[in-house]
Design a protein. Structure first.
Length: 278
């Protein structure tokens, strides 16, 4: 019953009902007041105005809540997809490691006894297999899965990247908030470096300090680019950087801060999220 009265449909119906009543009553009240002062008509019109405003505000709040819930569901769907990808990668990593161990055993048998030659061959083999080997970035499952997913994207675009993540397995923070902030930070950085013909570099640093998660992403940008909330770091300033507004909103909701600065051809964005006290 409560859901029905707080639904957008109910609020729209009530708002339209009050507006229709105002459209009908205002001419009547105006005509009556011109002839004689009628406080009842005035109070009635004022009550209808208040009712109309009340349901208009409720409608806007309900729509915003539903939009936020839809966004949360979309992020959680993305999280599930990323974690499945991460799980498959982990399973494949075990197979790759077993294959690498077999290669190393065969090499040790066939290679000369000279230690320097053996080490050189082992280093060469590890270098060849480096791209296919799975990397764990940190113990936190959501963060680790997201970083692995983004690393694949950056690798596919030929972006030079570094990731340093010191995030514990247990973090008293909403997974939605972590995923939303970190994903948007990295996506904005990827978008910015793709505007460059060369020097595509992204550095990601994550750590916890006291009860605060600190996410810092630094990337190269085109010369004379500006970082504006609601816009991207591209020269044409198209509306591609709306993720910045999402990051700022999420940080504020979790008692954190979002800062960004540009220095020549580099941009640094830092987002902080405070752990829940409860």
């Amino acid at each position: 019953m409560k859901k029905r009265f707080s639904s957008p449909r109910f609020n729209v119906a009530m708002y339209l009902l009050f507006e229709a009543a105002l459209i009908v009553l205002i001419p009547l009240a105006n005509r009556t007041i011109r002839i004689t002062f009628a406080p009842g008509w005035v109070l009635c019109v004022l009550a209808l105005f208040c009712g109309s405003g009340f349901f208009a505000v409720r409608l806007i709040r309900t729509l915003l809540e539903e939009m936020q819930e839809d966004a949360r569901k979309e992020v959680l769907r993305a999280q599930n997809a990323i974690q499945k990808e991460h799980l498959l990668a982990t399973m494949k990593a075990e197979q790759d490691m077993a294959r690498l161990q077999e290669k190393l055993k065969t090499m040790m048998k066939d290679s000369p006894q000279d230690e320097m030659v053996r080490r050189a061959k082992i280093d060469e083999l590890l270098h060849e297999e480096a791209d296919s080997l799975f990397v764990n970035y940190c113990p936190h499952k959501i963060v680790d899965a997201l970083l692995y997913h983004k690393s694949l994207i950056m690798k596919s675009h030929g972006i030079d990247y570094s990731i340093v993540a010191a995030v514990p397995a247990e973090l008293n923070l909403d997974g939605y908030a972590i995923l939303s902030v970190l994903s948007n930070l990295i996506d904005n950085a990827i978008e910015a470096v793709l505007a460059l013909d060369k020097d595509r570099v992204i550095d990601i640093h994550l750590h916890t300090r006291a009860n605060v998660l600190v996410c810092q992403v630094e990337n190269t940008i085109p010369a004379h680019a500006a970082l504006v909330k609601g816009r991207s770091t591209k020269k044409d300033q198209k509306q591609h950087g709306l993720g910045l507004a999402i990051i700022e909103h999420t940080c504020k909701a979790h008692n954190g801060l979002f800062t960004h600065e540009t220095d020549g051809t580099r941009c640094r964005c830092t987002a902080t999220l405070c752990e829940n006290n409860g």
